[in-house]
Design a protein around this ligand. Structure first.
Ligand code: MD3
Ligand code: FE
Length: 221
């Protein structure tokens, strides 16, 4: 790659180790990190969703969330009129959540390690499904018992604009575009920062179709 293009890429390479963009003091985007895992990951995801399908939940304030949710692992996240919480049971079936499949867990642990968080032991994987127009308003993730563990997120399908705020709701947000196969790791001082997702734009992803699916791995218990 001759000429000024090559220099541009060289400069970028000096600022960031290969494919690792720092977006916060202890937060990193690993571009395309999940791509080599996708073929093994999708059949596992399908099995999980056959057992615990996506459903739209209602917040304690009475609003139906535009993103549909499911979970796998020892704990899953639910919300209803009584509040937000983690539970070992899927409220829809009243059975335990599906087991967290090996490939999903291994991907999350490998990404956490890549971002400097060795020894990650996720016990919950939340699965969010966004159709075009769906969004997630600015919020903090405060239902986990263990804030010292990072959160690992895997983006699949349609692109999203992720909003990354500060420790107060009114703090300025930065926008981070997330694409199919991108993995983000948030930890340490960034763990309680406000964040959200802008409404997903219309589109059709070649593998995932007209949707974005986001997996977030946490240590909740
Ligand atoms: C940043 N999900 O499920 S990635 C959520 O894309 C959630 O579906 C979004 O926010 C999504 O709670 C954003 C996940 C994420 C999770 C926890 C975080 C980002 C975070 C905690 C601190 C900072
Ligand atoms: Fe969140």
């Amino acid at each position: 790659m001759p000429g000024p293009t090559a220099d541009l890429f060289a400069d970028e390479a000096l600022q960031q180790p290969a494919g690792r963009e720092q977006i916060g003091e202890e937060s990193y985007v690993l571009r395309g990190y999940a791509l080599p895992w996708i073929e093994r990951l999708l059949p596992e995801l399908r099995r999980v969703l056959a057992q615990s399908p996506f459903r739209q939940m209602v917040t304690p304030g009475g609003f139906t969330m535009s993103a549909a949710l499911s979970s796998c692992g020892e704990l899953g996240w639910t919300t209803d009129a009584r509040g937000y919480r983690y539970s070992p049971f899927d409220p829809r079936s009243q059975q335990p959540w599906p087991v967290m499949p090996d490939t999903l867990r291994q991907l999350a642990v490998a990404a956490a390690t890549e971002a400097g968080f060795g020894g990650f032991q996720p016990d919950a994987c939340l699965i969010n499904r966004y159709v075009p127009g769906a969004k997630m308003s600015l919020h903090q993730d405060k239902n986990e018992r263990n804030y010292s563990a990072p959160v690992v997120s895997v983006s699949l399908g349609l692109p999203a604009i992720f909003l990354f705020g500060g420790h107060a709701r009114s703090d300025k947000t930065q926008k981070v575009s997330l694409f199919h196969g991108d993995v983000v790791v948030w930890g340490g001082v960034d763990r309680l920062r406000f964040h959200g997702v802008m409404p997903i734009k219309d589109g059709l992803h070649s593998i995932m179709g007209p949707q974005r699916i986001n997996l977030t791995f946490r240590t909740a218990g």
